[in-house]
Design a protein around this ligand. Structure first.
Ligand code: KIV
Length: 272
């Protein structure tokens, strides 16, 4: 496999906007801990998302709602310690920014100060515009997130494709333009029809990073544990698995257990 050419020494919010302008696709993955972030960063990924999907992947919750601000800061600071090149984006957790722009700013400041991350991400459009504006006034870069917004799962009721109907699609298009106007440096578009996603990406100058949003956007994001096949219950159409680590790790654990029980491990060479 050919080496990824690292054209940019350090990825900033300006880099990703420039990449869109140059027609270069942007690759984004999640990480929640030091070791994974180190591997993802050195592979040449442009953006590492410390997603609130940590609530599902790391803590085993059914939704992203339970994760706390302290837990997000813990994950983000572990990731930041590993990263040399990627842009680190951290999700503001549910309940820390909706409906109160002062609280939103305080949340964003805590994340930036205590984790050392480079930017934050928030779910929603017009309804959270005051919070986005206030955070931007503090010089904190903001990434938006539209389409399927998992923090609103109890409003939607299901994780099915969003904005298939005209009314929701129109609102989404308006929200994307609003996020650009407010000064967001990019946005995630989750689980929407690819035709709509392409139209949105072509209508704004900031990069649109898709997850289940087709090939007409400016980049792609996946949850790392899903694309590595560490999780196996979750198989949406948009997910490409690059490894099958659930099985491979399970096999390694079984071999280890068997080696311990048989006395094969440790060998004479593995002792002091
Ligand atoms: O939390 C997360 O991992 C996300 C991605 C699915 C975009 O928001």
């Amino acid at each position: 496999m050919s080496a990824i050419k690292k054209k940019y020494k350090r990825i900033t919010t300006k880099t990703v906007v420039e990449m869109k302008a140059n027609g270069e696709k942007i690759a984004m993955l999640t990480a929640y801990d030091y070791t994974m972030a180190k591997i993802v960063d050195s592979a040449g990924i442009e953006i590492i998302l410390v997603g609130d999907s940590a609530s599902n992947v790391m803590a085993g919750h059914e939704t992203t709602l339970p994760i706390t601000l302290d837990q997000m800061i813990y994950h983000a600071s572990s990731v930041v310690r590993a990263v040399e090149r990627s842009l680190v984006v951290v999700d503001l957790p549910f309940g820390t920014y909706q409906g109160n722009s002062r609280k939103a700013l305080a949340t964003a400041i805590r994340i930036m100060k205590e984790s050392g991350a480079h930017s934050i991400k928030m779910e929603g459009g017009e309804e959270i515009s005051e919070s986005i504006s206030r955070i931007l006034t503090a010089g904190i870069p903001v990434m938006g997130h539209l389409g399927l917004t998992p923090q609103s799962i109890y409003k939607f009721g299901t994780y099915i494709v969003r904005a298939k109907e005209e009314e929701e699609a129109e609102k989404l298009k308006k929200d994307a333009k609003l996020l650009e106007k407010l000064g967001c440096f990019g946005l995630v578009l989750e689980k929407v029809p690819s035709k709509l996603a392409k139209e949105v990406a072509q209508s704004i100058s900031i990069p649109v990073i898709g997850i289940g949003a087709g090939d007409g956007v400016d980049g792609q994001v996946l949850v790392t544990h899903d694309m590595l096949g560490m999780t196996h219950e979750f198989s949406p159409r948009f997910l490409r698995r690059y490894l099958n680590l659930y099985t491979e790790m399970g096999e390694a654990f079984k071999r280890y257990i068997s080696d311990v029980k048989s006395g094969d491990f440790p060998s004479k060479e593995e002792q002091y």
